[in-house]
Structures are given as C-alpha cells and as structure tokens.
Design a protein around this ligand. Sequence first.
Ligand SMILES: C[S@@+](CC[C@H](N)C(=O)[O-])C[C@H]1O[C@@H](n2cnc3c(N)ncnc32)[C@H](O)[C@@H]1O
Length: 365
Amino acid sequence: MEERGLKIFAPEEEEPGKDSDVFFNDEMRTNRDLSRIALKVFRDKIDVDEFRICDPLSASGVRGFRYSDLGKLYLNDTNPEAVDSIEKGLEENQIEAQVYNKDANVLLSENRNLFHFIDIDPFGPFNRFLDSTARASNHQSFVGLTATDLAAPAGSYKKTCMRRYSSKPLKNSFMHETGLRIYIKEVFQNYARFDKCFDPKICWHEQHYSRVMGRVTESKKRTNRTLDNIGYLSYCPECRWRKLEREEECGNCGEDTQIAGPLWTGKLVDRRFTKEMKEEIPEEWVDANELLRKVHGEAEILTPFYDLHKLSSSLSIQVPKREKVLESLEDRGYPVSRTHFSPTGFRTDAPLQDIRRVLKEASEE
Ligand SMILES: C[S@@+](CC[C@H](N)C(=O)[O-])C[C@H]1O[C@@H](n2cnc3c(N)ncnc32)[C@H](O)[C@@H]1O
C-alpha cells in the first residue's frame, strides 16, 4: 500500500483492528496529514542540532515515515510482525531510523527528556502512556496523542470516564467537544506533574477518534498560570444554555444545571499556529485542508457549539437555514463560525436569548 508516495507493508483489510497482523488504517490519513503539518510548523521554530522524533506505537511505521525529513526517527512496536514491516518500509522508502521491539512505556521511560516530538497513537485510550510520555518529552518539545475510546468521555460510559480521566462527562449534542476537553485536561495534568506545561496548538475530533497536539515547555511558572484553564462546564438540559464555568443555576432560565469536568476550559486551537499550518499544507490534501480550515475558523470562539436542529426542536420551530442564522448573529456584532464537530453545528459567544430570537426570526422567513 501507499500513502503520500510512501510504501507501506501491511495487509489490506476492510476493518483493521487489534487483531490485524500489522495494523494500518487508511482512514487515519487526514490525522497523519494534519499531524505532519503541525510538526513541520513546530519544527521550523526549534533550533537544535538533532531533532528527535519518537513513534513508540508504530505498527506499519507509516506515521513515523511521514515525519522522516523532519528529524531523527525512533520507531517501536511490541508486535514482532510490525517490526518486520517497519524494517521493510524503511528499506523500500530509503529512510533511516532506530527501531525497537519494546513496550512503549519502557522505551519512553528509558529516555528521559530525550524526544522533541512523541506521537502516541494507540488502540483506545492514550492515558496509559501519559506518564512515560511526559518523562521522555524534552523541555522544549511537541506531542500528539490520538484517542479512540470516545464513548467514555462523550458520556456513554460515565463510570469508565471517571475511572480513566477522573472527570464527569455529559451526553448531549456537543458531547464530543466535552470529550476533547476532558482529553486535553488529562494531558495537561500529566505534564504538570513533571513541571512541564502543555499548551494545545491544534486539537480536533473526527469520525471515531480525537486528537490532541501541543507544545511542551518545562516551566513551573507557566504551568501554574495555565492551571486556570482547568475547570468545569455547566449545561441546562431545559433550554440548552451552556457555559465554561461552574454554575449550579442556568444563566438563562434558572433551572438546575448539569456539570461536566474537570476539563480544559481554554482554547482548543492556537489560531496563529493553525494560520501557519494553512500556509504549509499542500492544496491537494483536500480532506485535511477542509478540516484545518474549519478548525482554524472556530478557534477564537470558546462557548461549546450549538446544534441547529436540537436548538430548533427545543423552540418547537422549523429548522432555519444555518447561513441565515450565522449572518443575523454576525449582523448583531457577535463572533460566529461553523464547527468541525458537526455539519449541523455552529459556534458563537452570543447570549442564548439572542440566539433563540435569531432562530425564531430566521425560521419565520
Ligand atoms: C493503532 S496502532 C498504531 C497505528 C500507527 N501509528 C498508524 O498511524 O498507522 C497501535 C500499535 O501499537 C502497538 N502496541 C500496543 N501496545 C503497545 C505497547 N504497550 N508498546 C508498544 N507497542 C504497542 C500495537 O501492536 C499496534 O501496532
């Protein structure tokens, strides 16, 4: 198989998974495209003689291969068949790397502060690799983590979420944003234990996975300051009011709220960073471009996104055209955008009363 001109040695399967001889999922190409561009933007800012990149859960090695021109590669997998595929891929693609056949936690723990980029791409949750990842991250570095256990932080399995992330989720129309915020909180807190600050640069949700990518800086002061971004989210199931603060009473209708958290209450994206990514990304990477454009567009609006259909149904009105709603909110001076989380979603920091008024008017037109 091939990806972006690189040869990959893994069996072609309809549903690749844990039982695959060597795992390769073509559907994760957009994840790898954006990860490559994010790393390129970070790499260009760092002045080191040797930039060390670790992909400790490599499978076929495709992810590491995609980064091969950006630094020295360290690839690893516990599966011996995966190691054979990696070796073959390295040879066929004429790439150099150090290859290991160890438990990722062992490899990372043996290499304290060594890596300038670590990519954690496991089956399911990433949290079992967080401690060793934080140890192995250089004092100026970058990290990317994929999670596919979305049902837990998105509220379908509340106990699992409490057990894995010590956080209460909420199952509603923006559950995947809440889930992403729980993941970021978990990454931040794990780095904080090592006096390393994690700053999200680009975090997103797509299909069956969420991805968290950001900069790591060793600094107690910076970590202390950033702690303010760990908090709670309040949501009113009656009128769908939401706020990234803990409030027991709905700010719109006064009903009791539901609370999620602790979670990350800051931005999911650094707009200056994604602007640079937009300048780097090849035009022909269509899906990754589209996703990056959306993620960039909603970067500055903090309030969790609204679902047009759910909001309309709570008002017992016909669903108005989304463009009309966005235009009216913009005309009233509010920041608005679409959201990458949902094709029927939109983002705004406008007060709920105004959003409801705009929806009613747009629905009557
Ligand atoms: C989801 S796959 C990685 C996919 C790959 N990064 C890609 O982009 O195609 C996870 C891989 O981690 C390996 N693995 C699972 N647990 C591991 C561990 N504790 N240490 C090292 N490798 C592990 C599995 O054998 C599998 O190949």
